[in-house]
Design a protein around this ligand. Structure first.
Ligand code: SF4
Length: 392
């Protein structure tokens, strides 16, 4: 096998030590003179240990390893979900602190105007607005958290690259008009991610499974302490090994399979030089998959969702998780509390809470909660306002 087929798994040590050990078995190219971007998963305002954002000690391990291998020009950047400020997110996740200690510049990837990049082999996308600092980097290290994802089954190294698209461009991937002749049985989002990978892939992937997320990922699932780190040069094989450790067959993850096909690569484990060879049997620890239906989790709550982004759906899930008591007062005549979201949502009863700008557009007779996406606390504010006005 070729050296790029190596995928290395480390577990049982601390987050920093796992990272250093797993990277130490990978054959890394000469990093001197290379401008290196570390792209963590830090697009949301969560503290470390919640399974949402990359563990700061994994980031520390990546930085120290790259330096040990001759890397000098290292910076770390993120373009978070809309409504979140990059530097604030890096601060709360603990990533800013480890970077400051190591003199690593933090970059708000949304600051510079994007580079509009043609997607020549795109099936749905013709171009993408990629953050300038990403295009200017010579070597990109994707450092995602090991998570399940409500729309894409998993969120790993390839999916993490969506955070290299500038601001609303990330959301655009969810809003593309469906073309049956192109999509067939696939979701538009999976095809769009495969289009993205024809122009945007990491050079090195380090999957942080210190505390992963299962169930309703990427941000409203349950944290899953796992204690492994997976590293590899080939992003498809690295994601495939990570998924397998999560108990998910990589060949059943559409965005992964479609992306690999486009690049004439594979997600088959037979193609992996796995170190240690028994990593799967040693550390496999199945993750709960996202539920197919949201409503069934909460009694007397009906969610009307048609093609929403994970950002809006996560806000709704967080809202229901935190404030399920509050919604009792806002049930409609059928005895249920109704929420609608997504770009093609329709057929909801009058009085339904319309979450996000997409649903608001269709909002005849609904209660609008503007935002793209609105945060959970804002949804509650709108609900409380409605309560006040109806009691006056
Ligand atoms: S309003 Fe929500 S569903 Fe619509 S584009 Fe924004 S985040 Fe996505």
């Amino acid at each position: 096998m070729k050296s790029w087929q190596t995928v290395s798994v480390s577990g049982g040590l601390g987050a920093y030590e796992n990272t250093f050990e797993s990277l130490g078995r990978i054959s890394i190219p000469d990093l001197r003179e290379k401008k290196m971007l570390i792209k963590p998963n830090a697009g949301r305002m969560f503290k470390p240990g919640e399974g949402v954002t990359t563990d700061p000690q994994v980031v520390a391990g990546v930085i120290d390893f790259l330096r040990k291998r001759g890397g000098e020009k290292i910076f770390l950047g993120e373009s978070p979900i809309l409504g979140v400020k990059t530097l604030e997110a890096l601060e709360i996740t603990g990533i800013a602190e480890v970077c400051r200690k190591r003199d690593i510049p933090l970059i708000d990837l949304d600051y510079e105007p994007p580079v509009v990049t043609p997607v020549k082999k795109g099936k749905l996308l013709r171009s993408l607005k990629i953050c300038r600092e990403v295009v200017n980097a010579d070597f990109i290290v994707s450092v995602p958290v090991m998570k399940t994802h409500m729309h894409t089954v998993v969120s790993l190294g390839i999916k993490n690259m969506k955070g290299c698209l500038r601001k609303k461009e990330k959301v655009r991937l969810h809003q593309i008009e469906r073309k049956e002749e192109i999509c067939g049985t696939n979701k538009t989002l999976d095809i769009a991610i495969a289009d993205m990978t024809t122009v945007l892939l990491p050079d090195l992937t380090v999957v942080d499974g210190t505390v992963g997320m299962e169930g309703f990922g990427p941000s409203s699932g349950d944290k899953k302490p796992f204690g492994v780190v997976v590293s590899g040069i080939d992003p498809f094989l690295t994601d495939a090994v990570s998924a397998t450790l999560m108990g998910i067959d990589p060949e059943k993850i559409p965005h992964l399979v479609l992306s690999a096909l486009r690049k004439k690569r594979t997600v088959r484990l037979e193609e992996v030089n796995l170190i240690p060879f028994d990593a799967i049997s040693r550390w496999k620890n199945p993750f709960e998959l996202p539920p197919q239906e949201i409503s069934c989790q909460y009694q007397h709550v009906v969610v009307h969702d048609h093609d929403s982004c994970s950002a809006c759906l996560s806000s709704v899930m967080l809202f229901l998780k935190r404030y399920q008591e509050a919604v009792k007062d806002y049930r409609l005549s059928d005895g249920c509390f109704h929420i609608a979201l997504g770009k093609d949502v329709n057929n909801f009863p009058e009085g339904t809470l319309l979450v996000g700008d997409c649903a608001v557009k269709h909002g005849c007779g609904g209660v609008p909660v503007k935002g793209c996406p609105p945060v959970a606390s804002h949804i509650l504010e709108v609900l409380n306002e409605k309560g006040k006005s109806s009691s006056n």
